[in-house]
Design a protein around this ligand. Structure first.
Ligand SMILES: [Fe+2]
Length: 163
């Protein structure tokens, strides 16, 4: 049983397929789905904190199950800009995987299950994949003053499959 996430946080961001259409490899599958609907792939719940090093950003994400072509739904994934700080991802409900990749293109993955903790070291990009049929809920925490570099992942993709 997940606590009432929606009332615990002040801000929610909905990430729809249209927001991630350049991230999936099967663009034809993306367009076919978008002709009919624009599903929410995940929701990010967070509270605003000052973007200063003394503060922590913490957000709970609900990543829904589903597929685009043969890829499971995933989060955009990103590197952190300077300061390129670490991040922890803690499983709350459901199962999935955390993909990790550094700027030298080394890759690894960590399972995400209730109470598991995945550590993204400084310099490692992180993406969560829901390879199950249930919703996946997890908490992410990092320094509040990191920036988010999504472009590198759009250009290079992840070296590990999301299938
Ligand atoms: Fe991050």
């Amino acid at each position: 049983m997940v606590p009432d996430i929606k009332s615990a946080y002040g801000k929610v961001t909905y990430r729809k397929l249209s927001d991630l259409k350049t991230y999936f490899s099967d663009r034809k599958a993306v367009e076919e789905i978008l002709k009919k609907t624009d599903p929410v792939l995940y929701e990010v719940y967070e509270n605003e904190v000052p973007k200063e090093e003394e503060h922590l950003t913490f957000a709970t994400t609900i990543l829904y199950p589903g597929k685009v072509g043969d890829e499971f739904y995933f989060t955009k994934g990103h590197f952190h800009f300077e300061p390129d700080g670490a991040e922890v991802t803690i499983g709350i409900q459901g199962t999935g995987i955390v993909l990790l990749q550094n700027r030298e293109n080394q890759v690894k993955s960590e399972p995400l299950t209730p109470f598991s903790v995945a550590y993204s070291s400084p310099g490692w990009a992180h993406r969560v994949v829901n390879n199950s049929t249930e919703k996946l809920v997890f908490l992410s925490i990092c320094r509040a003053d990191v920036g988010h570099d999504y472009d590198t992942i759009i250009k290079k993709g992840f070296g590990l499959p999301t299938r």
